[in-house]
Design a protein around this ligand. Structure first.
Ligand SMILES: Nc1ncnc2c1ncn2[C@@H]1O[C@H](COP(=O)(O)OP(=O)(O)OP(=O)(O)O)[C@@H](O)[C@H]1O
Ligand SMILES: [Mg+2]
Length: 288
């Protein structure tokens, strides 16, 4: 079963920017299988937030279709709402209520009136419990973002959309946040996330899609993307003190590279290999 199917989605914003309509999505298709973590990656303005807004029916695609657990989001908006949790990129400052009140209201919005256990659990997991009586305006930026994540999860959605969940979250909390995301995945939640931290995407995501200027450039595993688009660096220190550096396709093994450059293996003192990273592959692809 697919958690999400995005089928040839186009979105043209009619309100004109720079005198002409903006084609934010130019026919994007991909699927997310249930229970996996999927990274939607792309530079600023690529169309990531537009796609997320289209999944939650906040925006309507100009053409194409989006299905959540097999059902068209536009045909079944209520089901979509119950199945999907979303953390928007922009932090919203609703100032006057406390953390625990906000989670209460959010539960009520989904028709769940006795949700204390779930809310307490989420506050614990997201390091918000000790801040539960603080009003939103008293929270730091990172706390606000964690509150938004808790809010998105009060109704135990099966598909979670995270638009830049770690922007502005400090290193320690970022790690605990990812741990929590893994826990959700292990409970069977499907996750779509966007991030500009490609190292995180490399570690977290089973599948990634790269979009740029509204077009899908790649859809596959980070491992394959690295193999297809990045290079590894091999630094050889020879017994005579010379140092050679070779930058080669990720697909070539050590012996291939040595043979290619006619290096006598007996003359090598030391080899250091720097594997290609998703970030290199991404930069190369987006610059194409
Ligand atoms: N409401 C809107 N009206 C007109 N144009 C819009 C609107 N929202 C987004 N756009 C345009 O659509 C394109 C895609 O924007 P989007 O916010 O989806 O990008 P993004 O990939 O989320 O970028 P970022 O990484 O900066 O968050 C951009 O050119 C943007 O200016
Ligand atoms: Mg965005």
């Amino acid at each position: 079963m697919n958690a999400l199917e995005v089928v040839n989605v186009r979105k043209t914003y009619k309100d004109k920017v720079a005198g002409k309509p903006v084609e934010a999505l130019k026919g994007v298709s991909f699927t997310i299988s249930a229970g996996s973590i999927f990274g939607l990656l792309g530079p600023n303005g690529a169309g990531k937030t537009t796609l997320i807004a289209s999944i939650t029916t906040l925006e309507e695609p100009t053409s194409g279709e989006i299905r959540v657990f097999g059902e068209s989001v536009l045909d079944q908006p209520l089901k979509t709402k119950m199945n999907v949790g979303v953390v928007h990129q922009e932090v919203i400052n609703t100032g006057f209520f406390s953390v625990s009140e906000i989670l209460d209201f959010q539960s009520g919005y989904y028709g769940i009136y006795k949700n204390k256990e779930r809310c307490d659990y989420l506050m614990q997991k997201l390091s918000l419990y000790e801040h539960r009586d603080k009003k939103v305006k008293q929270l730091s930026g990172g706390m606000k973002r964690r509150l938004m994540i808790a809010k998105a999860l009060v109704h135990s959605p099966k598909l979670l959309l995270l638009d830049e969940p770690t922007a502005g979250v400090d290193v320690g909390l970022r790690e605990s946040l990812w741990k929590f995301v893994f826990e959700l995945k292990n409970e069977g939640v499907s996750i779509l996330l966007t991030t500009h931290y490609l190292e995180e995407a490399e570690q977290m995501c089973e599948q990634v899609a790269i979009i740029n200027k509204g077009e899908l450039l790649y859809n596959g595993t980070p491992k394959n993307m690295i193999a297809d688009y990045s290079q590894k660096k091999m630094i050889l220190t020879m017994k005579d003190g010379n140092v050679h550096q070779f930058t080669e396709s990720q697909k070539l093994g050590v012996s291939d590279v040595l043979a290619k450059h006619h290096v006598d293996i007996n003359q090598i003192q030391d080899i250091k290999i720097e594997e290609g990273r998703l970030e290199d592959a991404f930069s190369k692809m987006v610059a194409l």
